[in-house]
Ligand binder design. Structure first.
Ligand code: RB5
Length: 152
């Protein structure tokens, strides 16, 4: 079982709530970072809350939902150490973990149906990083600095 931090904006709150319930049924320990209703909010606030839980080791995995799964992933990826992936199905979810060692899964409530979202989330959690040829590539992602390094 894993500790999972979940967050969504107003456009993702229904799917987030459903996925949180699903995760709890499976026995995962879920911290729900909100939002909790459909009042308009800004997805970067929830992306950051989830991302910090992951990088501060209060959760192994983050789950972010917005309308498309795109904006909330962009925002989560601003937190160093986060590798957030927008996924749409089982294959993209599995590969995000196996190849990219994603630690935050992002889904768009307006684009992905609830059954596909559950299947993708289960595939993500059931997969593990393959290592091997992917190690150096993921290390290069993590090593990218906000400002370009001086070239030798
Ligand atoms: C909110 O309307 C919507 O823009 C947001 O949930 C998300 O899709 C942004 O990427």
């Amino acid at each position: 079982m894993e500790r999972i931090a979940a967050g969504a904006d107003h456009a993702g709150v229904h799917l987030k709530n459903m996925l949180v319930a699903h995760l709890r049924e499976l026995g995962h320990e879920v911290t729900d970072c909100g939002t909790h209703n459909t009042d308009r909010v800004d997805y970067p606030d929830y992306a950051e809350a989830v991302a910090r839980k992951v990088t501060e080791a209060e959760a192994e995995v983050g789950l972010c939902v917005c309308g498309t799964g795109i904006g909330i992933a962009m925002a989560a990826n601003k937190v160093p150490g986060v590798r957030a992936a927008t996924v749409h199905d089982v294959t993209s979810a599995r590969l995000a973990r196996e190849h990219n060692n994603a630690n935050v899964i992002c889904i768009g409530e307006r684009l992905v149906g609830s059954t596909a979202a559950i299947e993708a989330l289960d595939a993500f959690l059931g997969a593990s990083f393959e290592g091997g040829r992917h190690v150096a590539r993921v290390a290069k992602i993590d090593a990218i600095l906000p400002i370009r390094k001086e070239q030798p």
